[in-house]
Write a protein that binds this ligand. Structure first.
Ligand SMILES: [Zn+2]
Length: 248
């Protein structure tokens, strides 16, 4: 691949495209769970989601329980202070005020204690659920990994092949002229990775772009024959690649 003529450059470009398409196709395959494993994957994700959900339910209950415990302790402290003031009270007015204070603190404590009963119930249920899920977790994961083992091996193989293709593509890229490479990348981006189209003979003197099937003007075909420059399909703008076959 040291040929610097347009046809040599085109061959490199075409090879680059094949490698990039191969890497892309294999990456898509590697990233898509096969049909027969979709339910295995879904069940595993469901199990993980459940564990996560239970853990966050337990955490929320713990946080709320701590808040309520602190608030109850605060009001109990207040009650103690009110009780201590009782002896020093002078007159009916102060006494009524003190009773109101005590009454208020007691009511606040009761409300929180009611909520605490509910929160503690939630907490112990969440802890039980969490333990039950933790007990089967190892088994669930082992089963999942076992069913996935073959696919994991396939994924690893695809990854290795992708790496090889990308490596080869990188080696070719450095051998291609920058402007041509920029044109290639721009068209590839717009045309799902297919920037170079083979020229196909569709009649004795008639050729077409194999990507968009539009026929080439005789002049364009004749220019291609002489292959002095890089030519693009006038319809889809892909770079035309003719390997010399099919022409009379
Ligand atoms: Zn075309």
């Amino acid at each position: 691949m040291t040929d610097n003529s347009p046809s040599g450059a085109l061959e490199r470009l075409f090879r680059l495209q094949e490698l990039l398409l191969e890497a892309h196709t294999k990456a898509e395959r590697r990233n898509r769970t096969p049909e027969h494993l979709v339910h295995v994957e879904a069940a595993w994700q469901d199990f993980r989601r459940k564990r996560h959900e239970v853990a966050s339910r337990r955490e929320q209950a713990e946080v709320r329980k701590n808040e309520l415990d602190e608030q109850v302790a605060g009001y109990a402290e207040q009650l103690k202070k009110s009780e201590a003031k009782r002896k020093a009270v002078k007159g009916q007015h102060e006494y009524t005020a003190l009773l109101t204070e005590v009454d208020h603190a007691q009511r606040e404590i009761r409300t929180r204690e009611d909520e605490l009963l509910v929160v503690e119930e939630t907490l112990s249920q969440a802890r039980a659920d969490e333990e039950a899920l933790a007990a089967t977790s190892g088994e669930e994961e082992a089963g999942y990994e076992e069913q996935m083992a073959e696919w994991r091996a396939e994924q690893a193989k695809l990854s290795a092949e992708i790496e090889v293709a990308e490596q080869k593509a990188a080696e070719i890229r450095v051998k291609i002229e920058k402007r041509l490479l920029a044109t290639f990348d721009r068209i590839a981006k717009m045309r799902s990775g297919v920037a170079v189209a083979r020229v196909a003979m569709v009649g004795p003197q008639t050729a077409a772009c194999s990507s968009c099937n539009v026929r080439l003007r005789p002049q364009l075909l004749s220019d291609l024959r002489l292959s002095r420059e890089i030519l693009q399909c006038e319809s889809c703008k892909r770079i035309l690649f003719w390997d010399g076959s099919g022409l009379p």
